[in-house]
Design a protein around this ligand. Structure first.
Ligand SMILES: [Zn+2]
Length: 301
């Protein structure tokens, strides 16, 4: 129920200011590495502005995240085919949330091996069916979700996995719990690129309800320590080390102020407004402030 409630709030917030904008398509960030950065504002129909990407080796293509539905995955695949006709060998889920993983089945149809850290693979198996069955509660219609079926990972790992794509290697790294228990980042050392998944939100308020706030800053430090020149967050534009520092600061400020406000008590909407005043500014996802506060800090009704 907590999850459902949180995602409803996500829909309310991300979807509220929706206006149609052109999709950006795949953007080259380094040799054979492309980001698929979604446009703002996020809506259920554009996977809540979740980002994705691809790495192309001589053996084939590795895809990072599959978006929210079969329809969204097909949009992504059509854009991939504008860049390369090499086989899609691997689909990596940075974590188990629906906006990063419900498009998986379209990549399985292409023959891709689906990979996820083991803890989030378990979450996907446990929560995927209810996410799919409850798609309407996230603002996704039957038409939006047409053809979407759950496709669980084929391959899981505990800490690190290195994939040789031919001419370029991709490292999947688990820095301990952060946004979810098993969130990973995807590092391409030879190209100085990292896809952070939802370990990093830039200019979006993050979803914190399942987060490990003690270890999350360490995960952000691990991303910063890579020295990557291209940092693709889970939501938001291409990012910098300053964005990573801002995210760490955000988590500390949120946690301290939310605890203080929860101890004080009162109307949740008023408390959320108080909290917003002290948070680093973000242009997207305002409604998640109230959702994170209610679901993580305030007493359950
Ligand atoms: Zn997420």
């Amino acid at each position: 129920m907590r999850r459902l409630l949180a995602c409803c709030c996500l829909v309310l917030l991300l979807g509220s200011a929706a206006t149609a904008q052109a999709q950006q398509g795949l953007t080259k960030v380094a040799e054979n590495v492309y980001s698929y950065v979604n446009v703002k504002p996020g809506t259920p129909q554009n996977s809540f502005a979740a980002n994705a990407g691809i790495v192309i080796g001589t053996r084939g293509v590795l895809v990072v995240d599959s978006l929210v539905s079969a329809k969204e995955a097909r949009r992504f695949i059509a854009d991939i085919r504008r860049i390369t006709h090499k086989p899609v060998r691997f689909l990596v889920n940075t974590h188990s949330h629906l906006d990063h993983a419900l498009g998986n089945s379209e990549f399985r149809r292409l023959g891709a091996t689906i990979i996820c850290q083991e803890l989030d693979a378990r979450s996907m198996a446990a929560n995927g069916p209810s996410q799919l069955a409850g798609a309407a509660s996230y603002g996704l219609s039957a038409e939006d979700m047409k053809g979407t079926v759950l496709a669980l990972p084929d391959l899981t790992f505990p800490d690190r996995l290195r994939i040789d794509l031919g001419g370029v290697s991709v490292e999947l790294v688990y820095p301990g719990p952060s946004h979810t228990a098993g969130s990973i980042f995807v590092h391409i050392p030879e190209r100085k690129v990292v896809f952070t998944g939802d370990i990093l939100f830039t200019d979006f308020h993050p979803f914190l309800v399942e987060g490990d706030l003690a270890n999350w800053p360490k995960a952000l430090d691990a991303v910063a320590a890579l020295g990557a020149q291209s940092i693709i967050p889970g939501h938001g534009p291409l990012s910098t080390v300053k964005d990573i520092a801002d995210m760490k600061e955000y988590l500390v400020i949120f946690d301290a102020k939310a605890r203080e406000l929860a101890a004080q008590g009162g109307d949740p909407a008023v408390l959320a407004a108080e909290l917003k005043k002290v948070l680093p500014p973000r242009s997207q996802g305002d409604g998640l402030i109230a959702a994170n506060l209610a679901l993580r800090y305030l007493p359950k009704k």
